[in-house]
Design a protein around this ligand. Structure first.
Ligand code: ADP
Ligand code: MG
Length: 481
């Protein structure tokens, strides 16, 4: 019994265990936590299983220990105890005792899939105006309204159930990437689901403009007019693009009136409310305002988290909750960007058979910020705002102790700097509820254990050290807590 370590083939045993145990384990957990796991040792009845993921050991112990213990005992007859440990080197595909991804997928009963992450979506218009142009992925059921967008969601449901009722036209407005296109298309689906015979057309204002220009060029606008006016529901997205396009605007005005007068549903979206539309005929603006105007709002942290979780489920990937929270916390201005960060991080991680970590996600966000510098001012502003919340703590602590920001974040281990640094970490953890790993990233890529140590140190000293507790209270006040 002395040296079982040498006698067992850790890889083969792990394969045997997983092939028996996998039906008891959630698929998402298999693909994220167990994919980077291995037997670390087996000695004197004690089996040590390692996981690359931070949450792996605790999670498996709590959720699966009681299920897998009896199965493993059937294979390792003198098993007494299982210990679960984190071992970060297990992310490495070459880790000696780890199953290769193909063997692993085979064991759990699936072939290895191609990257299962969709590209950024763009609605494809299939060369005409048919109901089929709606993108199937957008439904009212998979839109997560949160408390912020409950009203707009309910209005869309109402239109779906009873088109051309009281919400006509339905005018949805708000910032980029907040779900307007999703809601518009989903409402179209809902109408078709309830009334399959109805003719529903979705198009962007740009597409409408192109069609008009084309028809005018061919000198016969009649078929164009007939086609549009023959609908039960016309959905036009991003109508701010009609601004200063007098001919298209005119044509749209007539179409709008025809449809409206004939009791047909019209659904519109724009980046702002009608009265703020510039370069528009006043008559048109007042028409837009005749029905229901609703704003789509930025989702709260909780809603963003719910959206990300739903996306993970859709893509069938399980990601550390901490990582998901990190994304939700840091990308606040656009759901599209937020999903983009998730998708990019999953995609990049999958190339290395891993799952996203705070570090890789932080890299994606940083890169996005850099890319956006030329493109979207909005995003930059938002990033600044988000950074400010972390920066606020660092700024205020630095000022309080008469240090510079870079001293505070830097590597200097002098006591006069170490203590304020530890205090900032503690405050960020406590006030902003950031994970140790995320704080480590903010402080120049420090290890999460360093941060944990710093926070614990402050917590343990605060009780006995009156000066420290006074400092912390003063700082909390300055930070508005
Ligand atoms: P907009 O048209 O306002 O620019 P989109 O409708 O294109 O925004 O939304 C961007 C992405 O975010 C889409 O993939 C959409 O499905 C998703 N999305 C936005 N809000 C939500 C939400 N509340 N629930 C689920 N997905 C959402
Ligand atoms: Mg849109």
């Amino acid at each position: 019994m002395a040296n079982e370590l040498i006698q067992i083939d850790k890889k083969a045993i792990w394969e045997q265990i997983l092939s028996k145990a996998h039906p008891l384990i959630d698929r998402g957990h298999l693909l994220t936590i167990f994919v980077n796991s291995a037997i670390l040792s087996y000695q004197e009845g004690v089996l040590v299983i390692g996981f690359a993921s931070i949450i792996g050991p605790d999670y498996v112990k709590e959720k699966y220990h009681h299920k897998i213990f009896p199965i493993i005992k059937e294979i390792l007859l003198d098993l007494n105890e299982i210990q679960y440990e984190m071992k970060s080197s297990l992310v490495d595909a070459e880790y000696p005792d780890k199953l290769s991804i193909d063997v692993f997928m085979n064991v759990i009963g699936t072939q290895r899939k191609q990257r299962k992450v969709p590209n950024k979506q763009e609605v494809v218009l299939e060369g005409g105006m048919r109901s089929k142009i709606l993108n199937k992925r957008y439904t009212l059921q998979n839109f997560i309204p949160g408390s912020e967008n409950r009203l707009v969601h309910a209005a869309c449901m109402a239109v779906g159930a009873k088109p051309a009722g009281i919400y006509n036209p339905l005018y949805v407005y708000g910032g980029v990437g907040l779900g307007k296109t999703h809601l518009l298309q989903a409402t179209g689906h809902e109408i078709l689901k309830n009334f399959p015979e109805k003719r529903v057309v979705y198009m962007t204002a740009e597409h409408f403009i192109n069609k008009i220009v084309e028809a005018i060029g061919k000198k016969h606008t009649k078929p164009f007019k007939d086609e549009y006016r023959n609908l039960d529901c016309l959905i036009v997205d991003d109508i701010q693009f009609f601004a200063n396009k007098a001919t298209s605007e005119q044509e749209f005005f007539h179409t709008f009136n025809d449809l409206y007068d004939n009791g047909k549903q019209i659904i519109l979206s724009a980046d702002r409310p009608p009265r703020e539309l510039e370069g528009f005929d006043d008559r048109l603006k007042s028409r837009f305002g005749m029905g229901m105007l609703i704003e789509v709002s930025k989702p709260s942290f909780e809603t963003r988290l719910a959206i990300l979780k739903a996306k993970c489920a859709e893509y069938q990937v399980m990601i550390d909750p901490e990582v998901v929270e990190f994304i939700a916390f840091n990308v606040t201005h656009s759901v599209r960007e937020m999903i983009g960060v998730l998708v990019t991080a999953i995609g990049e991680a999958q190339l290395e058979n891993a799952t996203p970590t705070i570090r890789t996600v932080a890299q994606v966000i940083r890169k996005l910020c850099r890319d956006q510098e030329v493109g979207s001012i909005d995003f930059k502003e938002e990033q600044k705002r988000v950074a400010r919340s972390l920066d606020d703590v660092i700024d205020i602590v630095a000022r309080y102790f008469g240090l510079t920001k870079s001293e505070l974040i830097g590597a200097d281990r002098k006591k006069e700097i170490m203590m304020p640094r530890q205090i900032s970490m503690y405050l960020i953890r406590e006030i902003l509820n950031q994970s140790y790993e995320a704080i480590g990233e903010t402080f120049g890529g420090r290890n999460h254990t360093t941060v944990m140590h710093a926070c614990n140190k402050v917590i343990s000293q605060i009780k006995d050290d009156q000066n420290l507790s006074r400092d912390i209270n003063a700082l909390k006040k300055e930070l508005g807590f």
